[in-house]
Design a binder for this molecule. Structure first.
Ligand code: AGP
Length: 611
């Protein structure tokens, strides 16, 4: 996610802001900037690319002033560029923002009608215009921010300074983190603790809807109702490295636990519940075009390929279009059969995977319509695609993909609903039911994360195993593949994922008392559930150890397995989102117990930009 830093005190703010932003670099970004107020003058300096570029600009003409705000941007709306970098400013008001304004287009239209001219493609710039409008009406900065927030739908951590009120930073948040740092004769705001640890260990975590007025001498906090409130001051004793991981030992663990928020951010603003439909910004397929599609070809590698396999079940079930899920590295060397009635979907966290990009270009060259499901706006694949659906998971630092996978799954499910509605294979009512299932997923992920201690017990028992087998059927087959990949890539234990029905065609020869077998066995779809129980019996009959991922209320399979991890029951096509979480945790804890470098496992790169 983006990074925010703000300072007000008795020192020059620019160096403090840049230094704080550098502590947030790990979060990933593509541009940065600072806004400094000196007497009644606002000075904004921004630069695309690495922070070094901003540092160079700031050093050429250090913006003077003891109050300012800074930002590192992870682009969600509008490509990485100087114009789209934060802070955004308008008529002496400067803002930095983490989050998404869902109604930014409507607000921009209203503001343009009043003569406002926008200089960026971003949603954030709207805040500067709204606040400036309110100030021109004569209210003070605090009231102006409050009135602006009331017009916005979405999520935000927002910090504001203005030339006309040079002693105060106003900060407010809803669904995106913001902390206040307490100093002597100086105070701070930031999106995350690491930015401020060199200055203070005393922090106040703002709560949803809070608004803070920060001066060099004081911090006043008001709740959503405008009442002054006291929030507890917390002493943070983390090391800077621990702080970057939010107190988690590894980025991967942090990212596993971020999944409720990541999935919620991926769904946000896209589910039209009353209409039973999906809104994808930039969608450019007409109903006629969608109805003329004869095939969807998914192109991906690794974990992204696994989400494609799950997506096949979703799209074929809800939209009744044949889907082929192609290993990108194989697709392009096979003289593939592609034509103008095909939709090619590249799935990629990084948007830079060489094999996927090459296959994607090949499919386009042969006439396919092109779409990307990607986590990085401005990446090669989003530039290559006719349109993209962003997964909004925020930067994924750990090499082993976790939140990218689950956000890809919900993006594919939304796509399946949209295609189904456009092809008439889903009624409004049916689509509304599917969307209702989607809204329940973030909470289900939160619930399933509570299984971590039972997963740790399993990890401890099997951390020295030489081999693992993962079995799943139907929508759980890609979950078995993903569980095996997670385990092998960070624990270095040989692990295979298999369709349960394939057991008797070979893998069963592997089963003995040394072989732990993870069986993913939610009750839905029922036919797969009944069959996977047969697999469990086959494994037990040969002395294999069964670790079963089962619904909370399933006592039958619990009586058959050596270990169980219970998950909340989800509808069949969304069950992969929930069932994968215990497997991510299993891989993480086995690797951690084996003393491996979980975030940077041997031989692997986060983005495979070479073939
Ligand atoms: C997944 O944990 C691995 N890091 C790897 O398989 C990854 O999914 C694959 O390289 C594809 O990367 P992408 O999603 O960025 O295209």
């Amino acid at each position: 996610m983006c990074g925010i830093v703000g300072y007000v005190g008795d020192k020059e703010s620019a160096p403090i802001l840049v230094s704080g932003l550098k502590k947030l670099e790990y979060r990933g970004y593509d541009s940065a900037g600072v806004a400094v107020v000196n007497r009644n003058t606002l000075n904004v300096v921004r630069a695309t690319g690495k922070l070094k570029n901003l540092e160079n600009r700031v050093s050429q003409e250090v913006p003077k002033g003891t109050i300012g705000i800074g930002h590192t941007r992870w682009a969600t709306h509008g490509r990485p560029s100087d114009e789209n970098a934060h802070p955004h400013s308008y008529k002496g008001v400067a803002v930095v923002h983490n989050g998404i304004i869902e109604n930014h287009l409507a607000l921009k239209e209203e503001l343009r009608a009043k003569g406002h001219i926008f200089s960026s493609e971003t949603d954030t710039e709207v805040f500067a215009h709204l606040i400036s409008d309110e100030l021109e009406r004569g209210v003070d900065l605090v009231e102006a921010v409050r009135l602006a927030i009331k017009q916005v739908k979405g999520t935000y951590a927002l910090a504001v300074v203005t030339a006309s009120d040079p002693n105060r930073i106003v900060a407010t948040k809803d669904s995106s983190p913001m902390v206040l740092g307490l100093g002597q004769g100086q105070n701070f705001v930031a999106s995350d603790v690491p930015a401020l640890l060199e200055h203070t260990r005393d922090f106040v975590y703002m709560e949803e809807g809070d608004l803070a007025v920060v001066t060099a001498q004081s911090i006043d906090i008001y709740n959503r109702q405008g009442q002054k409130v006291n929030r507890p001051t917390r002493r943070i004793d983390w090391t800077p490295m621990m702080a970057e991981k939010g107190g988690h030992k590894h980025f991967m663990h942090k990212e596993i636990w971020e999944q409720p928020r990541a999935v919620a951010d991926t769904l946000r603003g896209r589910m039209l519940l009353s209409e039973g439909d999906i809104h994808f910004e930039g969608w450019n397929l007409s109903p006629e075009k969608v109805r003329s599609l004869s095939k969807v070809t998914i192109l991906a590698c690794g974990t992204s390929w696994h989400s494609g396999v799950a997506g096949k079940h979703m799209i074929e079930t809800l939209a009744r279009i044949p889907v082929e899920v192609e290993l990108a590295s194989e697709f392009r060397y096979r003289d593939p059969i592609v034509d103008g009635t095909h939709l090619a979907i590249a799935i990629s966290q990084s948007g830079e995977t060489a094999d996927t990009l090459a296959a994607f270009k090949e499919a386009k060259a042969r006439g396919a319509t092109s779409m990307a499901i990607c986590n990085v706006i401005g990446s090669a694949m989003t530039r290559e695609a006719e349109f993209s659906v962003l997964t909004n998971a925020g930067p994924e630092i750990g090499v082993a993909s976790t939140k990218a996978f689950t956000t890809q799954l919900v993006a594919l499910y939304m796509l399946a609903v949209k295609l189904g509605r456009m092809r008439g294979t889903l009624t409004v009512k049916q689509a509304q039911e599917h969307l209702t299932h989607l809204t329940e997923i973030p909470k289900m992920i939160e619930d399933v994360l509570k299984c971590e201690n039972s997963v740790k017990r399993v990890a401890r028992e099997f951390m020295t195993a030489q081999d693992f087998l993962f079995l799943g059927r139907g929508p759980m087959h890609p979950v078995a593949l993903e569980g095996a990949l997670k385990l092998k890539e960070i624990s270095y234990i040989h692990a295979e994922g298999y369709a349960g029905g394939e057991m008797k065609h070979g893998p069963i020869a592997l089963i003995d008392e040394k072989m732990p077998v993870v069986v993913i066995a939610p009750k839905q779809p029922h036919v797969a559930y009944e069959k996977i129980i047969g697999n469990i019996e086959e494994v037990r009959a040969r002395g294999g150890k069964v670790i079963a991922i089962i619904d909370e209320d399933d006592e039958h399979v619990a009586s058959l397995a050596d270990h169980v991890v219970r998950i909340p029951p989800a509808c069949a096509l969304l069950a992969p989102v929930v069932a994968t979480i215990p497997l991510q945790l299993l891989a993480y804890h086995v690797a951690e117990m084996r003393g491996n470098d979980v975030d940077q496992p041997r031989n692997l790169a986060k983005s495979v930009t070479v073939e």
